[in-house]
Design a binder for this molecule. Sequence first.
Ligand code: CA2
Length: 147
Amino acid sequence: MKTVYVLNGPNLNLLGTREPAVYGVHTLADVEQMCAAACARHGLALQFRQSNHEGVLVDWIHEAGQCHARGELAGVVLNAGAYTHTSVALLDAIKGTGITLIELHISNVFARESFRHHSWISAAARAVMCGFGVQGYALAIDGLAQM
Ligand code: CA2
């Protein structure tokens, strides 16, 4: 059974507790359940994680790369939060691993402030999704399952 890593960056632990007009009312625990259901539909295992620390996210990308090297990775769904717009370290971590990575955003970042329009992650991503709300996570897993 292959594994999907769903990695969430800074402040996403606050999902459902603030800014519902932007991010909706579902909590990160709800999102994990949606991802688990999507993975179960496709016969995939799930690693669902969140960190507020850039280096921890880098470590998890490395871990997913090792999983890929063993032939056990279906792919990674990464919502890097605000690190999307700042982190060359995350770009460097993804590049060269060979992993299939979907960059995901809950909100439509292009309808928001201009500083959210640039992503350091996109150049290393197989696909980029934004604006589907938290349902985007399950859609991203469906997409990985079909790749
Ligand atoms: O739309 C997204 O998923 C974002 O990746 C979310 C990031 C933001 O910096 C990106 O530009 C777009 C922010 C995550 C913060 O999450 C919160 C959720 C609920 C309440 C407060 C913050």
